[in-house]
Design a protein. Structure first.
Length: 378
């Protein structure tokens, strides 16, 4: 069964997700704004869910059509082969969003789609009332510029929920965003890796998963595992293939934080993720800790003014961090923050910048390459 899939992404991660899907040998990968499309069979569905690091979920595209009126929306859904995926007793709640379209009322669109889907399934199953007491099949719609995409969610909880972080600290970072930040450093496990503001450990843990080439979805369940048309042996097969691609070795990955409670939580999360053998955590002030070695990669998500510290306190922290790292020339440094004047306080202009959203907070990802300081004595 060849299907078309859509992978919604956090803003800024679309290209990275597209590259991942190509490396996973998915077909006809197309990168669009906040999503990536690809094609594949049911094995591709399982593989994308289990192995994708930067996508938010995997959706089967059921239909795409134009709708400027509620009648056009109703007819488009009515002519979609929903019975190929939703059984007679299946629950099919509807959610979605609209943007720059004639149809902008999400609640009205939900009601229309639900009504059309109920009629379609009722007619195909020859019943006037659908019990909806079976497995849940979450329908999702997007209406963008009057173009409707109707999809079926196969992931359940978002793919950023790897299963290792039951609770977080005060400023959790999406695992998918953390993975994307690390991928941009080209870290593969050979360099020393350090997060001096590790919090609950998300960045070091994602770095360890990347170093080991461990699929991020091995320890969780997905909605499609319950779907009757999805062979259960496919999940076992894909997981075994993913485990066979893992690397083993000694990695130098460190997370540090000045809050001992965060460090304890990070240790617990690393154990849940199965990477406690290759990542270490310790207490320490990022602006005072000695560098763990002469060169490496530093990736961090320091406190922002609007969340954990007053803005002036955050700015003072950035200045102190910049002074502390001023002579760390052989370290590549990557910092995500919402502070627009970060470079000013840090004391150096970034070599590259990239825009992301950490939750609803607009951020920049500042990338500083390693520098070779000239020896003035020669």
């Amino acid at each position: 069964m060849e299907l078309k899939y859509a992978v919604p992404c956090l803003f800024g991660l679309e290209g990275l997700a597209g590259d991942e899907l190509r490396r996973l040998d998915m077909q006809n990968v197309q990168v669009e704004d906040r999503r990536v499309l690809f094609e594949g069979d049911l094995a591709a569905l399982a593989k994308a869910n289990i192995c994708l690091r930067t996508g938010e979920r995997v959706m089967i595209v059921l239909a795409q059509f134009q709708a400027k009126t509620f009648e056009e929306l109703f007819q488009g859904v009515l002519h979609t082969n929903l019975e190929d995926f939703i059984p007679k007793d299946g629950q099919f709640p509807v959610k979605g969003h609209c943007l720059n379209s004639q149809l902008m009322s999400v609640s009205d669109c939900q009601a229309i789609i639900k009504k059309a889907a109920s009629r379609r399934l009722g007619e195909k199953y020859g019943i006037s009332w659908l019990p909806e007491n079976g497995i849940k099949f979450q329908l999702h719609f997007t209406i963008l510029n009057d173009q409707v995409t109707l999809s079926l969610d196969t992931s359940g909880p978002g793919l950023h929920k790897r299963g290792y972080r039951a609770v977080g600290n005060d400023a959790p970072l999406h695992e998918t965003l953390a993975a994307g930040m690390i991928q941009l450093t080209r870290f593969r496990g050979r360099e020393y890796f350090w997060d001096p503001f590790c919090g609950s450990g998300t960045i070091p843990i994602e770095a360890a998963l990347i170093a080991k080439n461990r699929a991020p979805g091995l320890n969780r369940q997905f909605a499609a595992q319950e779907y009757p048309w999805m062979p259960k042996e496919l999940w076992t097969q894909v997981k075994e293939e993913a485990k066979a691609r893992e690397f083993s070795g000694k990695y130098r990955i460190l997370g540090s934080d000045n809050d001992p409670a965060c460090v304890s939580l990070a240790f617990a999360n690393a154990r849940k993720a199965g990477v406690s053998d290759c990542v270490d955590f310790k207490d320490g002030d990022a602006t005072k800790l000695s560098l763990p070695c002469e060169e490496g990669i530093l990736v961090c998500n320091p406190p922002y003014g609007e969340r954990m510290l007053e803005q002036h306190s955050a700015q003072r922290l950035y200045s102190a961090l910049g002074r502390h790292l001023k002579f760390a020339d052989k370290w590549k440094k990557y910092v995500i923050t919402s502070e627009p004047e970060f470079e000013h306080y840090f004391g150096r202009r970034a070599d590259k910048k990239r825009k992301f959203y950490n939750g609803k907070i607009k951020c920049d990802y500042y990338m500083f390459t390693a520098q070779m300081r000239k020896d003035k004595g020669k």
